[in-house]
Write a protein of this length. Structure first.
Length: 256
């Protein structure tokens, strides 16, 4: 297959060749009234739940690398495109193109859907096998937040050892911070970090953060800035992308 370099300029072409089958709306999951209220504060969350695909553009601030993401939401097949490399998950394996050395990170399996997951909280917590419970309020930077914990069944795609606490703005009921710890590729469980959600933007009735900023935490306060990304052009689509775009290019290699 000829290598595909995906940009938002080519998005209309992709939409024109995707499958025409429309499976209709799914039955909504059973959620607690408190978590439902949080979702509703983020707009028409049912549109995300029933969407077939998603795309967005992300810039890694500091290094100014743009990364375009294309995802089929049900299968979680994904393709990430930059000027230096492409990473994908075809439903079975992760791959990178043009070679493993093009991506300097340690684990493709760990990275390929990392920002997709962060960007789509709280919506991804409507996935089957995820339970969201309201827990005791947590304080961060001297402010107390209503807090929700996401827990994962053992048979979910997410690692059951992942821990996420959503800190919700008490006035807007929107997500303001996520406190998280995610085991690394070698199984090590790091200390909790904080991810700040800022500058929500409307994408056809569904609100997404424009800025995500990661921090270390010390004594219930954010300390060292670890990374920051800005995200734009978020689109939810009623049809899936053609599965061909998630396949490994000829010059790519499978890798974990």
């Amino acid at each position: 297959m000829q290598k595909l370099t995906l940009t938002f300029a080519s998005l209309l072409l992709l939409v024109s060749i995707i499958s025409c089958q429309n499976k209709g709306e799914k039955a909504l999951p059973e959620l607690s009234p408190e978590f439902t209220a949080v979702l509703e504060a983020h707009g028409e969350w049912q549109k995300w739940y029933n969407a077939k695909a998603e795309s967005y553009a992300m810039i890694h601030e500091g290094v100014m690398i743009e990364e375009n993401a294309f995802i089929n939401l049900e299968s979680r097949k994904i393709r990430l495109s930059t000027t230096d490399f492409e990473i994908g998950f075809d439903g079975y394996q992760t791959w990178v193109s043009p070679n493993r050395e093009a991506y300097s990170g340690e684990s493709l399996k760990f990275y390929h859907n990392l920002y997709f997951y962060f960007f789509n909280i709280p919506y991804v917590f409507t996935d089957q096998g995820v339970t969201v419970e309201k827990v005791e309020d947590k304080s961060l930077n001297g402010k107390k937040y209503p807090t929700f914990q996401a827990k994962f069944d053992a048979n979910t795609a997410s690692n059951p050892k992942n821990q996420y606490f959503m800190l919700v703005n008490p006035e807007t009921n929107r997500l303001e911070y996520v406190l998280y710890t995610v085991p690394s590729y070698d199984g090590e469980v790091p200390p909790f970090s904080a991810l700040k959600y800022e500058d929500y933007r409307d994408s056809n009735g569904v609100f997404f953060p424009r800025i995500l900023t990661g921090y270390t935490i010390e004594n219930d306060s954010t300390k060292i800035l670890k990374y920051q990304v800005t995200i734009a052009d978020a689109l939810l689509l009623d049809e899936e992308f053609d599965s061909e775009i998630f396949e490994k290019p000829k010059d790519g290699v499978y890798a974990d």
